[in-house]
Design a binder for this molecule. Structure first.
Ligand code: SF4
Length: 449
């Protein structure tokens, strides 16, 4: 929980010397609480007060980075339990587990398949985030061979699942990629903590016997100096995952309980009997509250819905995804091709654009600035009315783009037809279908050019 102005004031010298450029210490404390100025702007803080304030200002869930360069996974640093309270910031990394018992050529093929998997949704390219490589053989040299096999396949961030002996043999080479080391247990935690410190890698802490024991384990490892910690509380099935991950999040955010203020790693494949159950459990964990999700199975039909769900949950609800207003070409339209109009909410744009592209009618699509609202919502909010559509037609010179001066209006706002024809003398307004999926049939039936 962030500190209040009064709590910050208690740590200040209370001399009102004004050197921080505020008239009183209290005024300064209030600004610090609003995050308008840094606490370091007071030069008279004692080292103890400064340490206490900096510790209190740390995010309740520690930000952990796995990987380096562009394809890193950043998880944690969340501030609310529920997305509707504000927003979620760092989507869980979704990685796929491979085992070093798999033949090398097959490992290469699967790593390549996972690294290259990509789908486009609302104009964004979505893909998986990493690989988990498990030393299932128990043979350190098999882990090294497997690492070589997956090396260069997209350089995805790694989760290395092995004991300290096997990790010690590969970390010299792979540490610059900053893999997550999985996992410190009650038996090996000292050796794992030493490796994490030596190679500056994040460390997962696994303790399935309860949150109290997990917190104790984390405290011991933190005291050794390891900061970047990921938790594995051992919850594997639907019910225990939901309960345990919610408890951890609640303790971190509501009680500011530091030992559990770390992202959580989950293994939905271990709690599921088949691919469908694994997908469902992973979906639950995307929503509540995994930091890294390790899938045991990979297929596009499992990955795509998870990536779309994650995108939805981690999109700021206060900032709809938008496309730029303007006239878009779909296919290779000519001046006699249909001209449709829609809003600049991404999902709306890509729905109608996709349908037009597959309709067999190369088309023009005029996009109005509705501040990212969909058709009906924008109309209800007064942001998709006749005046605004007419203004957009003129602004982007749609009349010079098409020869026919016919504009196809979304059927859901048919009520605008008359007013729009008054705003656009010389134009004919056609009322299209209410749903984007019906635009192809509409054009076949009504478009004569
Ligand atoms: S510089 Fe520090 S002591 Fe002086 S008024 Fe500001 S907060 Fe108070």
């Amino acid at each position: 929980m962030p500190l209040t102005g009064i709590e910050i004031y208690k740590h200040l010298p209370k001399t009102n010397c004004k050197e921080c450029s505020f008239p009183t210490c209290l005024a300064f404390a209030m600004k610090v609480a609003q995050k308008a100025v840094p606490i370091t702007q007071c030069p008279y803080l004692s080292p103890e007060a400064r340490a206490a304030l900096e510790a209190a200002a740390r995010p309740p869930i520690h930000l952990v980075t796995i990987g380096a360069d562009k394809r890193k996974i950043e998880v944690g640093n969340e501030v609310v339990m529920f997305r509707h309270e504000k927003t979620f910031y760092h989507p869980p990394g979704i990685v796929v587990r491979l085992k070093d018992t798999t033949p090398v050529e097959e490992l290469k093929r699967r790593a390549q398949e996972i690294a290259s998997y990509q789908v486009e949704r609302v104009g964004m390219k979505l893909g998986l985030d990493g690989l988990a490589l498990e030393n299932a053989s128990g043979d350190p040299s098999a882990l090294a061979r497997a690492l070589e096999a997956v090396d260069g396949q997209g350089d995805l961030p790694l989760v290395l699942m092995a004991g300290p002996g096997a990790l010690a043999q590969v970390l010299e080479k792979v540490a610059p990629r900053r893999p997550l080391l999985y996992a410190a247990t009650r038996d090996n935690w000292e050796a794992m903590a030493e490796l994490a410190l030596k190679y500056k890698c994040p460390l997962a802490v696994a303790e399935p016997s309860g949150l109290e024991a997990l917190a104790g384990q984390v405290e011991k490892i933190s005291q050794k100096g390891v900061e970047d910690i990921v938790l594995d509380p051992g919850a594997r099935d639907f019910a225990s995952s939901l309960v345990t991950l919610t408890q951890i999040r609640r303790l971190a955010l509501k009680k500011n309980f530091r030992p559990l203020g770390h992202p959580v790693i989950t293994f939905p494949g271990e709690g599921a009997k088949d691919q469908e159950e694994e997908a469902l459990l992973a979906a639950q964990q995307v929503a509540k509250y995994a930091g890294v999700i390790v899938l045991d199975r990979f297929s596009p039909s499992l990955a795509y819905p998870l990536l779309a769900l994650r995108l939805n949950i981690y999109t700021d609800p206060q900032k709809p995804i938008q496309v730029q207003p303007g006239v878009y070409q779909l296919g290779a339209p000519k001046e006699a091709s249909p001209l449709c109009v829609t809003t600049n909410f991404s999902l709306t744009y890509f729905s109608i654009a996709g349908e037009l592209e597959s309709s067999g009618f190369p088309s023009w699509l005029l996009v109005c600035d509705t501040e990212g609202l969909s058709v009906l919502t924008a109309w209800a909010a007064g942001k998709f009315d006749a005046a605004r559509i007419a203004k957009t037609v003129k602004e982007f010179k749609a009349g010079e783009t098409v020869s026919h001066h016919s504009l196809i209006l979304p059927g859901k706002v048919a009520v605008l037809k008359g007013e729009l024809e008054e705003e656009l003398p010389g134009w004919q307004v056609l009322v299209g279908p209410p749903e984007a999926m019906d635009i192809g049939g509409f054009l076949k039936q009504h478009w004569k050019n």
